[in-house]
Ligand binder design. Sequence first.
Ligand SMILES: [Zn+2]
Length: 672
Amino acid sequence: RKGVGELLEAVAILRERNVRCSVEVVGPAIGEDGGVSNEQLRRWRRVADCLGLSDRVQFTGPLRGAALEARWRRADCLVLPSHNEGMPYVVLEAGARRKAVIATQVGGIPDLLAPDRAREPLALLVRPCDPTELAGAMARLAGDARLREALADRLYEHVRRHYTIERQIRRLGEVYERIRPFTRTAGVSSRPLRRVDEMFCGTVLYPLHERLRGRSTRGELSVLQRLRRAERGDLESETRRRLRATLEHAERKTGYYRSLFARYGVDVRAKDIERELRKLPPLTKAEIRRHEAMMVDSDAPGGLIPYASGGTTGDTLKFSIDRIRQAQSIAARLAGQSWFGVRVGDRRGYLWGAPIESRGAGWRRMREALLNEIVLDAFDLSDEKMDEHLRRLARFRPRCLYAYPTAAARLAEYALRRKRRLCVSGLQLVVLTGEEVAEKQRDIVRRAFGCRVAAEYGSRETGTIAHECPYGRMHVFAPHAYVEVVRDGRPIGFGEVGEIVVTVLNTRAQPLIRYRIGDAGALEASACPCGSALPVMRVAGGKITGFIVLRDGRVAHGAVTSHMLRGEHGVIAYRTIQHDVNVFEVLLETDERFDSQAVQRIRRRYARVFGEDVRVDVRVVDRIAPDPSGKRRYVISHVAERMKSFRTVSPEAAQQPNVAPVDDVVTSRAHS
Ligand SMILES: [Zn+2]
């Protein structure tokens, strides 16, 4: 179908004409199950051998990531001799990389490469199944560097102008609207773009969205699904292989790890790579702050993506991630949800923190609608707003709801109290994350929503690390994260609670090796009845989240305060204390990089979110003492505490009309 046969014939013709060229055939693509059709590869190789082309043609097999990038870099042009195509992304990818293209006039290719408004050709187009014409085009490009450059530049401009992600999504939305009358959509709502056909979203829009953002989410997902079913021994050796590659990369590309490994005698080529890893001390946030620049590999494929944890953990950190880490995290989340029957493209709801800046809100709405997602603001959980949330949920009917446990429990409790059955038909799963999940929260959510509940574990720095399976065990995504539980830096036995340290695997931008994520937990020895080979962990203890109650009746999830500090340098710890509805005190523990101007910025952000008339005292203090319980609370609201004795209500009490509790304080651990 891809026309590899003609390509090989064309190369043979060029050899006869003494045209110098060498061809690398990349692919076939990795299948849905993560497997490759080796049969096909073998067939191609046989043909090349018969034609005597083994010196001119190489078959790389399927490639991803850096290996694929390297191929792109050294290529002069892309040849796509397909017999039929839809709209091949690979042409856009070539354009984005400023490479010339030779392609056949099939499917969507002429629309893509010869739009009538373009006066000059963007690529060389040939008839399909015609090796002679193909050879002619290849000879032309091989002999004319100027032409190659001109084509490449024009295609680059074209792609840049017409195929940015926003444009693509918007255009697809328009197309979809036009074809929608002909598609079967259950319960079509009167509002346009309310709900895109799930199949269309899962198979077309979502993959496209991820591809355009340069993320190989689908590939990562299929690898995860394959490895989950692998034999334990195979999974473990794959994990070790990835661990070694991660350490090797860190040593080669970052000054920080190079000198660290030298200091602790870590040999990345040693046989037992896990033992080498254990020589290193756990990595603290303070260490990351100190060595920021030395820890980063600015050549990471796809570039660096600046990130900040606004720490619902109570401190802030700036760091860099890359596309691999992004793709892994999304794939892990999708994999975990798929264990409960929720598929890519299914409708999803998020009860989550909305960004303070609402720039691009229109586009976001469009994207949400097209990707089958709605976002309910967890930073406003007033009765009025919760009524709206419940209405939107009932109308949108997500299959999966993703939420902070405190926020989900509050919404569930409210629904039960109002005797509003949360009849979100089709809801299969509520994922609780961002904080440690309390049993009673699970309970009330399960009761109100009438569906399964699963916890996800991770952090902004590390991405998604683990997810509960239908048997309630928390499985570590071992291909993405190497989790250890340590005491004094040394691993302890199965079942024993200690400090969780995480090595993020495969990422390039800023390696995190033995990173102290700030939680306690344990690794479990027992195999899980779900049959997954992924290791099992347990998260124990953590930090405390609360709500902030405002005069206008709004109740905001405590994570809102993290947005106000995100991106500020030198904040080691912080706490927001709400003394009265409009009196806030913000305590900051800082280091030398803290800029005193930040005090003003932080105060302004509080005012913007909580109202211009609030009083905000921002104070830098020597130390923020932990709670008597040993937990660190980053939000303390005396207002919330005063309201109605501030305790969890029993389900019976919850049904009494005159009880209006705010919510309980729960132990938590957060990644927002
Ligand atoms: Zn399991």
